[in-house]
Design a binder for this molecule. Sequence first.
Ligand code: PLP
Length: 396
Amino acid sequence: MNNRQLFMLHQAQTTHFPMMLEVAGTDGNYIIDVEGKRYLDLISGISVNHLGHGNEQVKAAIIGQLNKYQHVMVYGEFVQSAQTQLSAAICDLLPKELNSVYLLSSGAEATDVAMKLAKRATGKSNVVACKNAYHGSTHAALSINSDEYYKQAFRPLLPGVSFITFNNIDSLDQIDHNTACVFTEVIQGEAGYIAANLEFLLALKNKCKETGALLVFDEIQSGMGKTGKMFAFEHYGIKPDILLLGKALGAGMPIGAVIASNDLMVLFADQPILGHITTFGGHPVIAAAAHAGIQFLVASNLLNEVAEKEALFREKLVHPKIKGISGKGLMLAVELDNFDNNLKAIQACLADGLITDWFLFANNRIRIAPPLTITKDEIEQACFIIIRAITQVYSV
Ligand code: PLP
């Protein structure tokens, strides 16, 4: 059997219409299929490959750590320099209060751990999240997904969850003295790249202070420079109590992280001891890759180029059928009228050598989340292909 047949036969499927691109390799901002066709990657493996594919510094760090040691012990017992260097590097990028990092294996796990930490710290049980937010797909993360369609088959989920409306200050009265924490993205991802309003985040921060709820910013998708600052919350000057990272933090390797103050994080060591444990969190090879990724990003000029690249996308993506472009930096979404036309446009792009996608809660939008390393020529090429695809779809 060939790989495509094995994929259908032996790999669990998540949709009935997978993209089926059979990958042979990568080259910078391109993915190459088994026929040798090159695809410009406009989605970075869903916001992971922010340095493009195959960054040499990251590869060298992986190989260097492979040659030293791989797994030696579960998280939190042995001192492993790859972990300590990564944790220190993350803290160096953050406000001084965010000085303790729990390294994990995925974003959803980070969501779960943040919820546990907030419950442990506040002694309260309720969790508030935003409508149309996405924080992962495990039971705990799914519980704070507002979309009934995705939840209906998996009940019972966590009790004590309620939803506020993103960017709507009036809905904040859902947060009260029984609220352990409030989760929000700073740029809502799966809602189709919607940036938070400053007034909303300020009011949210104040409401959390007033009620004693911990504020959790999920920057799993928006972190690591995508908006032109290392973390999107820096645009607003509002700090969370708990920060979640993942995706691009691993520079192509699987990772999740919860960052909080030492005072909060130390609670996991007590009542109960081993309040959260993981075998593979902080795996040294992954930690080495993540650390190299941070070092590369910090030394590069990539963050400074984001605004200009965003402007170029906005300038070139003009078409009568485009209803709007939302988002910030290199997290942009092109709004069309419906899923059907969007899917056709996405498929036309793919046929033309451009990989893009739709969003979980905004299936009428085209996702633009390229590696930060995308060049101006590549942006022009991507926009040309998108406009041509839209013209093609709507002229039939
Ligand atoms: N939080 C946000 C904002 C995300 O975009 C995602 C994944 O898309 C997650 C959490 C879950 O991360 P993972 O897929 O690594 O579990």
